[in-house]
Design a binder for this molecule. Structure first.
Ligand code: GLA
Length: 587
């Protein structure tokens, strides 16, 4: 949680704006709620010094950086100032030689200057030197590493030619997973991760991977960084916000404490989410909160109206986002217009829920006990996190939602599974070791929000089709084995292994089989359960059309349960499988 300069100022960031944001975050009480990181985005740099490769700060906009001497410039004074205010400090760089502004903000007054080499301000070839500078010399706590440098500097591009940048064959192809070199990109980000760990052995830092969902980062982001962007840039536009949200909303199983999906920074306060559109602003904030998204304010906080401060400052909504169990919200209902997202909180028997009208006509939404995984015959208490009112219902309740309106509640009731929990309720306790995806594919379910109506419009461009899903089959269909449907469960591909942290439960149980809608109907799969590395239970090989079978294991005293779907042929195209009603129970 914190603030970032980009959505408010683009490259026209400066020290007054950054310090002003920091002072406001403290004086408004937002810092006390957890808004801690003050992040400088693109625009801070002047050049890379020829003599020793040390980066120089643009002191015209960051005057405290003019320290003179052999360093000449340093962001240490600013970082110290932020630290003295009880805050943390973030900096921005790029994985390539050049940054995004050098390709996309050509009218900016704050582009790096000098020779071709001096304008190479990105990490490429300088990882150790720059990361040492940021974390050791300057004392930053957070780095965002962008990827334009490895995507947009192909020989022949007009900015490359006219501005004389050194061309770099793109490792990342925008909109094409197939043509991106995922292995090389992951390798470069890993190099950065290793350097940060060297310079900050205490590990109290954030490494923000910003490659817009490319190179199948969904699968490896958690093993390399702290947060990873899943989409292109958000803009202060309703459909663009939905697009960003859709790139994280069905990926709950890929995130867990310490590793989070990042649908980009908040745009509360601007455009469709400005102070005249508080319905939209609240919905945007509620969706980010329940998706466990980073809450990075992108507004000039020196002049924030009360109505916006009340949104970022809604302690109940922030508490849902920061809940220690770290379970990302899971989609309990979805149509193109309405969605219900449910997040299991740490407090026993408590859920957060957002019911949202994404469309342009009023709707009447129904929320059911079943969606909350609560018993249908016991009262459920709803605490409205925006109006602060409370109400009760049994079974189901309805309410009207205006266009783009949402309601956000904490719900308390009797759990449907009285003595246990479904795995799909606790994604924060799951580590997706191998999701079975052999060939990453673009996700056609993401809301399409093109910048302009040119050409054919938006094609799918974010990886994440197939893989592991909570309460759905890998390609979004209902979990179903030989005609038997499962509400709760994990849908995943064969050739997969995931780990579940066991919180003292005694028994694991599920009903498993090959999913009816699989693409490969000829592959047989065995289901295996391990406890702390020991095989506890397994099924015979199961094929498409064969009825589901029960699998059960005693997991008393087991810390890590591993669930494996092992195909008969490892080279064959994976098949979809269901861990139906997979659950941990007391007995
Ligand atoms: C990219 C990133 C943005 C921002 C800009 C800066 O577009 O995705 O978040 O950092 O670069 O140029």
């Amino acid at each position: 949680m914190g603030w970032n300069s980009w959505n408010a100022f683009r490259t026209e960031v400066n020290e007054d704006k950054v310090v002003g944001a920091a002072e406001a975050i403290v004086s408004t009480g937002l810092a006390r709620l957890g808004y801690t990181y003050i992040n400088i985005d693109d625009g801070w740099w002047m050049k890379r010094r020829t003599s020793d490769g040390r980066l120089q700060v643009r002191t015209a906009i960051f005057p405290s950086a003019a320290v003179g001497g052999s360093e000449e410039t340093s962001l240490r004074p600013l970082v110290n100032r932020l630290h003295a205010m009880g805050l943390k400090a973030g900096i921005y760089t790029d994985l390539g030689r050049n940054a995004c502004s050098q390709a996309y903000d050509l009218a900016s007054p704050n582009l790096p200057v000098g020779t071709t080499a001096e304008r190479e301000v990105g990490l490429y070839g300088h990882v150790d030197q720059d990361i040492g500078l940021y974390f050791k010399d300057w004392g930053f706590d957070y780095v965002k590493v962008d990827a334009c440098g490895i995507a947009d500097y192909e020989a022949g591009r007009s900015h490359v030619t006219t501005l004389g940048y050194r061309p770099l064959k793109p490792l990342l192809q925008r909109g094409s997973l197939a043509r991106s070199d995922a292995k090389a990109i992951r390798g470069l980000y890993q190099e950065v991760a290793d350097a940060i760990a060297r310079y900050r052995p205490t590990r109290d830092y954030i490494f923000s991977i910003c490659n817009w969902g490319g190179a199948n980062v969904r699968a490896w982001g958690k093993d390399v960084g702290t947060i990873w962007r899943t989409s292109d840039d958000i803009s202060p536009n309703w459909t663009r916000m939905l697009q960003s949200f859709d790139t994280v909303s069905d990926r709950a199983l890929y995130a867990h404490p310490g590793a989070w999906n990042d649908p980009d920074m908040l745009f509360v306060g601007a455009g469709d989410f400005d102070e005249h559109h508080l319905t939209e602003a609240r919905t945007h904030f509620s969706l980010w909160a329940i998706a466990n998204a980073p809450l990075l304010i992108g507004y000039d906080l020196r002049n924030a109206p009360r109505s916006l401060l009340d949104i970022w400052g809604n302690a109940d909504v922030v508490a849902v986002n920061q809940d220690p169990a770290g379970n990302q919200g899971v989609i309990a209902f979805a149509s193109d217009d309405a969605q219900i997202i449910v997040k299991t909180l740490k407090e026993p028997g408590a859920k957060a829920v957002v019911v949202v009208n994404r469309g342009l006509t009023p709707i009447e939404a129904v929320l059911t006990a079943e969606q909350l995984r609560f018993a249908g015959d016991a009262p459920i208490e709803l605490q409205d996190l925006w109006s602060k009112g409370s109400s009760r219902f049994t079974g189901q309740t309805r309410f009207k939602l205006a266009p783009r309106e949402s309601r956000m509640f904490v719900a308390r009731g009797r759990r449907a599974l009285a003595d246990g929990v479904y795995l799909s309720e606790i994604p924060g306790s799951i580590n997706m070791a191998i999701d079975g995806v052999a060939q990453p594919e673009l996700d056609p379910m993401v809301h399409r929000a093109g910048w302009e109506t040119k050409g054919a419009g938006e094609r799918p461009s974010y990886g994440g089709w197939g893989g592991a899903q909570a309460d759905a089959a890998p390609y979004g269909t209902t979990l179903q084995v030989a005609g038997r449907r499962f509400g709760p469960g994990i849908g995943i591909l064969s050739g997969s292994r995931f780990e579940v942290r066991n919180d003292g439960h005694q028994v694991f149980r599920a009903t498993v089989g090959v999913d009816d809608e699989t693409r490969n109907r000829s592959l047989k799969v065995r289901f295996l359960v391990y406890g702390d590395g020991r095989l506890l239970a397994q099924t015979p090989a199961r094929g498409w059309g064969e009825g589901p079978v029960d699998i059960q294991a005693s997991v008393a005293g087991v810390k890590i349960i591993e669930l494996v779907a092992k195909p008969a042929d490892l080279k064959a195209m994976p098949t979809s499988v269901a861990w139906g009603e997979a659950r941990l129970i007391a007995r």
